[in-house]
Design a protein around this ligand. Sequence first.
Ligand code: FES
Length: 172
Amino acid sequence: MSQQVIASTAVKARRLSAEEIVEIEHEMTLYPDKKAVGLEALKIVQKHQGWVSDESLLGIAKYLDIPAADLEGVATFFNLVYRQQVGKNVILFCDSVSCWIMGCEGIKSHIKDKLAIDYGETTEDGDFTLIPVPCLGDCDKAPVMMVGPDMHRNLTPEKIDSIIMDCKTIQD
Ligand code: FES
């Protein structure tokens, strides 16, 4: 998923929610300085908002009193901070070597056919976003992917169908 930089000076900082502030304040007790809290603050806002908009990024920078450009640098470096809106379910699909050897290309094609999306895209109904990631550390059970916090191993087209069905059932 491509990253972005805040292009417009017209973008206004979003006021962080009370929940976000409580969690960020907690992180501030664990790190030596506010700058170090930046990544955790981005993750907290993403957990609550689903992604990190320009307005949210500016809101965090303002709250932590650090330059927005520094925070943008952190967000760009850490590619699981989503700077564009993502679907309700983000599929982190491993396309590293073991998964590739074990046929992840065929699994990816199945996902692509089923959801009509490619890497970096979100389904029209906003239910799924597909993102390629490097090795998820479960190579002996390749092919592998994560959906939200759940790791799915030894993927087959049938397993993909059932995972997608489960995600839709949980949402409904
Ligand atoms: S290469 Fe896919 S989990 Fe390691």
